[in-house]
Design a protein around this ligand. Structure first.
Ligand code: 3HC
Ligand code: NAI
Length: 694
């Protein structure tokens, strides 16, 4: 493939990058840029050189797929390419369109002049991948924008429109027209004696460097506990003010190299790739024709139905909300309005936007109102009988080709599909609560779900700002099925001697926002109790009592009753350790003949996280999840797994699958429920072969 095209016209050489989709600066493109600049310098007919990308991207930066491979450091490196631009005897103009990010912006900073489209998106987002700009960005950006702005941009990774920098030394020209034509005109106007402005020769303009740096160091302190990159960004930028350009560059390189191999950067880069992989389904062509989604029906205006509706209203898609009773409908609509008004009070949307969105919402008590919807999502009570009534009705009224979705969190989607004469149009769309906030959408592919239905739902998820992950049908799908294993592992540790507060503390230090017992108190312990009571009724002999049953029997349902695993003071969510719970657990242990022992925090974390990974591997081997990285995305976006750990499967991979399997076997050897600690066959295979889980 030609990684760049070269053309000479009227004294200007135009080098057009050709590395779709976003002109990542891979080895081929780097080489082509240097060859183009050399050729232009050798051509008597050329007075100036223009670098251009595509309409979509000048360049999105270093090719992220090259990280960790020999190609990333193969000559010419990006730094060399930038040196070649800077040293070019003929002036180089960057014509910036689309995205100009990371190494792409660093490349443009190596040119002598920059002409940008006002709407081009520029920034140095490396920090979001756990690294820092490693091709001179930390040294050149402060020289054109000043220390304060450069620090803000580099430490936050924020992406801005080029128009925000009009008038600064970052751009020589910001245009509303085609930036390539404008850059060529600009280049023609430079003349042969044009000065070769090099950013490296400028000084950083801010006088107040010490105060600004002190502020920045304080600001990144909190994040530094988990992510080393923001603090390293500050130190690299600091060097632009108190060291020579070349020394600053050397420090930047050193910090970049360190960060590149840090576990946090590995995790963030894994997540970047995983998020994108999750939207691709083997066997379904990327260009499959999608079904249009212009009108959505939602059934049930409760907790989930309201939040689900808001996603579509926010995206400008009209919604018809259906309920059984007028009061329920009114309540649901009032909650949606209240949510919008709260967002408005926080200044995130305007009063007009609230009305615009509410105007897209209509309501009905009759299924006949749904005959024209393209997608309908059912969010009624979690009961197969109720779902059956709803889906039979939908099958009767909804137009052919519409997608019929259920938001069930536990029921069999294939069974639900069987209530209709069009199971190929039925799918699970498992939103998480609060559905207008949580990013995760588990898309449950039934046995008969049509490919275009699945592809349409993945595309639709992205349009409403969700992160889709496809799951097969099983109890709990990917996320909740793993959650059962995690909670059981926590309960086992607790029963054998650890206090709930120690379990929570250990997992919170690992990085979870909340440990399992605090989550339980927040969500309400009565929900699980009701499920267990049903199980007990169905199978009294097979039921094994748990400590939570005793809490519920004592009326301790969590925060809502002021007591659960912890005690709460009215009006405050802070948990207090409660001696009553300690006594209750001790009594339970005695009755079960357990002699308590102490646990290290590390063992607690290993047991809980490896239980997740082991169940994840079973889900993978059963084909419920398509890839290990999909499981990570579920846990990161739906269950508060710490981002810097990259998800349970990535974490297990990094810990070494051999070590994980060995630990799981050891946990099983002393457990009263050894079957729960049976290592997944897939995990054992990979532990033996040393191959990564895919
Ligand atoms: N290198 C290679 N491929 C890239 C890429 C990059 N820098 N950035 C994006 N891509 C790929 C994606 O993987 C995806 O591929 P796929 O179609 O096979 O899944 C495709 O481009 C489109 O990406 P998105 O689905 O994310 O499309 P969007 O239009 O939503 O977003 C984007 C485009 C804003 C460019 C976004 O992809 C993005 O933020 N990319 C990362 C930008 C970045 O972090 N750059 C810095 C890289 S590190 C660096 O430059 C180091 C340097 O300082 C030395
Ligand atoms: P909810 O009880 O808050 O709301 C259910 C609503 O459905 C009620 O307003 C009820 O009046 C209405 N309804 C019941 N039968 C109906 C019918 N035949 N026709 C029209 N409306 C009817 O319940 P919630 O929490 O919103 O759950 C709904 C579904 O979403 C369930 O399947 C649940 O498992 C699932 N879910 C719930 C989550 C949660 O955190 N609450 C998370 C993910 C999924």
């Amino acid at each position: 493939m030609d990684h760049a095209f070269y053309e000479e016209k009227d004294g200007v050489a135009v080098i057009t990058f050709n590395n779709p989709p976003v002109n990542g600066l891979g080895h081929g493109l780097r080489q082509a840029i240097v060859e183009g600049v050399d050729r232009a310098n050798g051509s008597a007919a050329v007075r100036a050189i223009v670098l251009s990308g595509s309409e979509r991207a000048f360049s999105a930066g270093a090719d992220v797929t090259e990280f960790g491979t020999p190609k990333s450091s193969q000559a010419p490196t990006l730094r060399t390419v930038i040196e070649v631009l800077e040293q070019s005897a003929k002036p180089v103009v960057a014509a910036i369109n689309g995205v100009c990010l990371g190494g792409g912006l660093e490349l443009a900073l190596g040119a002598h002049y920059r002409v940008a489209a006002a709407g081009a998106k520029v920034g140095l987002p490396e920090v979001k991948l756990g690294i820092l700009p490693g091709a001179g960005g930390t040294q050149r950006l402060p020289r054109v924008l000043g220390l304060e702005k450069a620090l803000n941009l580099i430490v936050s990774g924020q992406i801005s429109k080029a128009s925000a920098f009009a008038g600064s030394a970052l751009f020589d020209k910001v245009v509303d027209t085609d930036p390539l034509a404008a850059a060529v005109e600009f280049a023609k106007g430079l003349g042969s004696d044009a000065p070769l402005k090099r950013i490296r020769d400028l000084n950083v303009p801010d006088a107040d460097a010490d105060a600004l740096l002190l502020n920045a160091r304080n600001a990144v302190k909190a994040a530094s506990a988990r992510f080393p990159a923001p603090a390293a960004c500050v130190e690299a930028v600091a060097a632009s003010t108190n060291q020579s350009f070349d020394d600053g560059l050397a420090l930047e390189r050193q910090l970049f190299t360190q960060l590149l191999t840090s576990p946090e950067s590995l995790a963030l880069r894994h997540v970047f790739a995983a998020e994108r992989a999750a939207t691709k389904i083997p066997g379904i062509a990327a260009d499959i024709a999608l079904r249009p989604i212009k009108l959505v029906g939602v059934i049930g205006a409760g907790t989930m139905g309201g939040g689900i509706s808001m996603n579509y209203l926010n995206a400008g898609i009209p919604v018809i909300l259906l309920e059984q009773k007028e009061e329920a409908l009114q309540r649901g609509v009032a909650t949606i309005r209240k949510n919008y008004e709260n967002t408005m009070k926080k200044g995130r949307i305007t009063a007009e936007q609230v009305e615009e969105r509410m105007n897209l919402l209509s309501t009905s008590l009759s299924y006949d109102a749904l005959n024209e919807v393209d997608l309908v999502i059912e969010a009624v009570f979690e009961d197969m009988g109720v779902k059956e009534v709803v889906f039979r009705e939908l099958d009767r009224v909804v137009k052919p080709g519409a997608i019929l979705a259920s938001n069930t969190s536990t029921l069999d989607v294939d069974k639900i599909a069987s209530f209709t004469k069009r199971p190929e149009d039925v799918i699970g769309l498992h939103f998480f609560s609060p559905a207008n906030v949580m990013k995760l959408l588990e898309i449950v592919r039934g046995e008969k779900t049509a490919n275009d239905v699945l592809a349409t739902c993945i595309d639709m998820a992205k349009k409403i700002g969700k992160q889709p992950v496809v799951s097969g049908v099983c109890d709990g799908f990917i996320g909740n099925r793993m959650l059962y294993a995690y909670r059981d592992a926590a309960d086992e540790v607790m029963l054998q001697g650890a206090a709930p507060s120690q379990v929570d503390r250990a997992l919170e230090s690992f990085g979870f926002a909340m440990g399992p017992y605090r989550v339980g108190d927040l969500a309400g312990l009565d929900i699980g109790w009701a499920i267990r009571k049903r199980k007990k009724e169905a199978n009294p002999q097979g039921y094994e009592e748990v400590v939570a049953d005793r809490l519920c029997e004592a009326g301790r349902f969590g925060q809502k009753t002021g007591a659960g695993w912890y005690r709460y003071v009215a009006g405050d969510r802070k948990p207090h350790v409660d001696p009553e719970v300690e006594t209750l657990i001790e009594t339970f242990r005695k009755e079960k003949g357990v002699t308590p022992r102490s646990f290290s925090d590390q063992e607690i974390v290993e047991r809980c996280v490896y239980a997740l990974a082991n169940e994840g591997a079973k889900i993978l081997e059963e084909g419920i999840a398509l890839r290990a990285s999909d499981i990570d995305i579920v846990y990161l976006n739906g269950y508060g797994f710490p981002l810097h750990r990259g998800g349970p499967m990535h974490y297990a991979q990094q810990a070494g699958l051999f070590n994980v399997v060995r630990a799981i076997r050891q946990f099983g050897a002393t457990s009263s429920r050894p079957q729960a600690w049976q290592p997944a066959a897939l995990l054992e295979q990979h532990a033996q072969s040393g191959e990564a889980l895919k």
